[in-house]
Design a protein around this ligand. Structure first.
Ligand code: COA
Length: 335
């Protein structure tokens, strides 16, 4: 019997229309276009409309429909949903079931992944495992975030707030027996010693009380980050895991057709590219226009790269991510 693999058969993405420039952020906090561009490469990001009740599942459902169209599949062909997000619609249930309901899909397995910026890479690895073991045929994997409603817009939060944008990306992952177009392997890591270097402390079962006036005053409902530590670990771990993925298949950097890194900071990605020695024409970044969209960033980039003619059937594609946890990982695939 032929070996069973998985491959991406459809891609889609969606961002809200509202553009928020660095100058716009300067209206709320003490920051500048020059500071943000120099440190991060970000010029603008998309945020959902002010006051609109739009959650990650709303952006995700648009990206999901586009990915299904791209795959030439009907919604009912999906036999499992994996939803990756750092910004769930609600504390519980998971956001995947809200997406399921919006797609009008009947009972089937729905799994939420909370691996933040590494969420899409963990999601691909999970979809691949379900498919290879015969537990699923076609998995809808969605990464979506509405960060803008959970950010501190005062100067206190400027180190974090300027980085993040809203958006969604989706992939349909399906079973295949074609070894020439398939996910080759996934390499996943986490190190909980750094859990509090990028986290949200407030409103959780581990606090007594879960939410206090002091928490609100101290801004504990907003993410906190040790930016320098995140930067240092990202530029070490990402090249390391990228090399591990290539070595597992006897490939060299010269074999890669497209490198897509999680979009956290253009400066991080430039250092990763330099460390790997990969030329710029084999890399796609779009953080300049979208900021960090966490679990959405890799599919948003992949979808755009393909529309711009940078991603072709059979290409060797390396996806690399790093984020809160710390978590990191790489997926090597033949598109
Ligand atoms: N605008 C203007 N000034 C800012 C600012 C902003 N948005 N954010 C921070 N500053 C200030 C700081 O208050 C500090 O001022 P001080 O010197 O008077 O104390 C100064 O800029 C330098 O801050 P620092 O945090 O040391 O800057 P940095 O060079 O480390 O850059 C980041 C900050 C956030 C851009 C950088 O650390 C980074 O990108 N880290 C990784 C973040 C990341 O990728 N997160 C997501 C992971 S998935």
């Amino acid at each position: 019997m032929a070996e069973r693999f998985s491959r991406i058969v459809g891609l889609g993405s969606y961002v809200p229309d509202r553009v928020v420039t660095n100058h716009d952020l300067g209206e709320w906090m003490d920051t500048s276009d020059e500071w943000i561009v120099e440190r991060t490469g970000i010029h603008e990001r998309r945020w959902v409309d002010e006051g609109a009740r739009i959650g990650s599942s709303d952006l995700g459902v648009e990206a999901a429909r586009r990915a299904l169209d791209d795959a030439g599949l009907d919604v009912g062909d999906v036999d499992m949903i994996i939803f990756a997000t750092l910004s769930p619609d609600h504390q519980f249930p998971g956001t995947g079931v809200f997406l399921q309901q919006k797609l009008g899909l009947g009972p089937r397995p729905v799994l939420d992944i909370r691996q933040q910026c590494t969420g899409f890479v963990y999601g691909l690895a999970t979809a691949d495992a379900y498919i290879r073991t015969g537990m699923a045929e076609r998995v809808l994997l969605v990464g979506a975030e509405v960060h803008s409603t959970g950010l501190d817009r005062s100067t206190r939060g400027r180190d974090v707030t300027v980085l993040f944008g809203d958006g969604a990306g989706a992939a349909v992952v399906a079973a295949t027996d074609d070894p020439a177009r398939r996910l080759l392997s996934a390499h996943l890591y986490a190190d909980g010693r750094f859990a509090k270097d990028l986290w949200l402390d407030g409103m959780c079962a581990a606090r007594r009380p879960p939410l206090s006036v002091e928490d609100l005053e101290q801004g504990r409902l907003y993410p906190r980050m040790n930016g320098r530590k995140v930067f240092k670990h990202a530029v070490t771990r990402m090249p390391e895991v990228a090399r591990e993925a290539l070595a597992a298949h006897g490939c060299g950097v010269e074999d890669i057709d497209l490198l897509v890194c999680h979009q956290a900071n253009l400066r991080i990605n430039e250092l990763v590219q330099q460390a790997l020695g990969i030329p710029p024409e084999k890399v796609h970044n779009n953080i300049q226009r979208y900021g960090n969209t966490t679990a959405a960033s890799i599919p948003l980039c992949l979808d755009e790269a393909r529309r711009e003619g940078k991603l072709h059937p059979g290409d060797l594609v390396l996806l690399v991510a790093f984020g809160a946890g710390f978590t990191w990982g790489a997926v090597l695939l033949r598109f």
